[in-house]
Design a protein around this ligand. Structure first.
Ligand code: AMP
Length: 505
């Protein structure tokens, strides 16, 4: 099945319902969205072939929705690019994917033109979203030819966020994306035509991946008028649209919570907040639950198994500290195991690498057999994340295998130390990592961002750690910084902090 079928079915059931909104303004009904997608498909097929990669480089805009479904109807592969990337990184993705066309926002277009000079990607057709060429493409006749039903066809070339190196293109087929969509509806939330998906996080990533589930159920796509995540605007949209759900990175949840606390607002129609993509610390989760009530669901996934490895259900967000600190249990249709360095399953309670298999797992990385062979072995996806299962089947994520600190021959999991430090009232943000050390191999170092207006001391942090965790885990150094380096998805760049320490050691 081709993902376009989801729109086709929704348009048959709910032709006149609002499908796409810019802020509070209706942009397309389901019949209108279907027609726009089919016109774009015809335009794409007039100048290209099935299988072409079609890049989409824009901030969140309503056109994202018609572009995805248009590309799928054309039998081509959507290749979204995070709008916050540098123009050079965007060109690298165009070169790597061999995209035949890039749809680019007016904001990114001139930087792209300058950077394309002399690049092999200079032959890629550029269409500015909202420009004359775009209008012409969307104004032609609808595509009436066959729509490729091959579930193995490439639907989304998903460029990973690259916290551990250069971004790679995970090949996601229509089957992968459908397995993800069905698992979303089975495990995460019930969606119907009285629901709305607020695209506050980048549509090139997590938020865009949830589009199919909502379109398939006849629900609204709401793209903030700011094209970005503005907490106050988000709360306004939750008061306006029915049954609001959103995917938010943990840092966004925190910003939303701070805004709600500052203004005393509790959004009327906030139904579900799905968070993931990075660690959510228990302390923050408790505060967010107090601010918004039981609306939270956690997912753990990665581009290679999009959004779909484990899930911590809404009802698991109660008082059990171990459960709150976990990423829940295996998703519907996904097997998850924890293995040792030789790939052998480990008993419950022991920490090893997390592996998974199922229809959500990508076919491999685009044009990168070496990297594919590293992570797809014996039918399993090796995630590079470390974790352990408890007796109830809850998986607790430790850290990326490369982030584990080995001090005096003992493993220290930074996440555990971070959780403790975040409970200190003077600490706003923290990142724990290892510094090479001649005596210990590595020592534990904490980068600390203090709460505004609070003055803290290493001695106070040390006392706090000693009261909560084993002595060998407590940081030997505290470095106070104004902010932590983050990538364009808000993930802390541990590698960069580690490199600073290596350079200084
Ligand atoms: P990406 O492919 O960019 O989505 O990054 C995936 C990585 O983000 C995973 O391999 C994990 O290291 C991390 N991650 C994803 N979900 C979670 C979560 N719920 N808690 C902690 N880390 C997560």
């Amino acid at each position: 099945m081709n993902l376009f079928s989801l729109l086709d079915q929704a348009a048959a059931r709910h032709p006149d319902r609002g499908a796409v909104f810019r802020g509070t303004e209706a942009v397309h009904s389901f019949a209108g969205l279907r027609s726009r997608a089919l016109r774009l498909a015809a335009g794409l097929r007039a100048a290209g072939e099935p299988g072409d990669r079609i890049a989409i480089a824009t901030e969140n805009v309503p056109e994202y929705v018609e572009l995805f479904f248009g590309v799928w109807a054309a039998g081509m592969a959507a290749t979204p690019v995070n709008a916050k990337l540098h123009a050079r990184e965007l060109v690298q993705i165009l070169e790597d994917s061999g995209a035949s066309t890039v749809f680019v926002s007016p904001k990114l277009a001139s930087g792209l033109e300058e950077t394309l000079v002399g690049s092999p990607a200079a032959s890629c057709r550029r269409i500015v979203i909202g420009g004359a060429d775009y209008a012409a493409l969307a104004a032609g006749d609808e595509w009436t030819g066959p729509i490729d039903p091959d579930p193995q066809a490439l639907g989304w070339l998903f460029y990973t966020s690259g916290t551990t190196g250069r971004s790679k293109g995970a090949m996601l087929s229509h089957r992968n994306l459908l397995a993800m969509t069905i698992a979303h509806l089975a495990d995460v939330e019930t969606v119907d035509e009285e629901c709305s998906l607020l695209h506050a996080a980048p549509m090139s990533h997590g938020s865009g991946l949830y589009m199919a589930a909502y379109v398939g159920r006849g629900a609204r796509q709401v793209v903030p008028a700011s094209s970005a995540f503005e907490p106050a605007e988000f709360l306004d949209l939750c008061d306006h649209h029915p049954g609001c759900g959103a995917f938010l990175a943990p840092t966004m949840v925190q910003r939303l919570r701070l805004e709600a606390e500052r203004t005393g607002r509790r959004p009327a129609n906030l139904r579900s907040v799905v968070y993931g993509g990075g660690p959510m610390y228990v302390e923050e989760l408790r505060r967010s639950l107090a601010a918004f009530g039981p609306v939270f669901v956690q997912i753990y996934g990665q581009g290679e198994a999009p959004m779909t490895i484990t899930c911590l259900r809404r009802r698991d967000h109660a008082d059990d500290e171990a459960v709150l600190g976990s990423v829940g249990f295996a998703r519907s249709g996904v097997e998850v195991a924890v293995v040792d360095a030789g790939g052998r399953p480990l008993p419950q309670g022991e920490v090893g690498e997390i592996v998974c298999r199922g229809d959500v797992v990508m076919a491999g990385y685009w044009n990168n057999a070496g990297a594919t062979a590293d992570v797809l072995r014996g039918g399993w996806l090796f995630t590079g994340d470390m974790g352990s299962f408890d007796a109830r089947g809850y998986l607790t994520l430790r850290d990326r295998s490369k982030d584990v600190i080995i001090s005096g021959g003992t493993n220290v999991y930074p996440r555990e130390v971070e959780e403790v430090l975040l409970r200190h009232p003077d600490v706003a943000e923290v990142c724990v990592t290892g510094q090479p050390d001649p005596e210990w191999g590595e020592i534990v170092v904490a980068f600390i961002v203090a709460e505004a207006g609070r003055d803290t001391s290493p001695a106070s942090l040390d006392d706090h750690c000693n009261a909560n965790i084993a002595r060998f885990k407590r940081p030997k150094r505290y470095l106070f910084v104004d902010g932590l380096p983050k990538n364009n998805y808000g993930k802390v760049l541990k590698r960069e902090l580690r490199e600073r320490l290596v350079a200084g050691a």
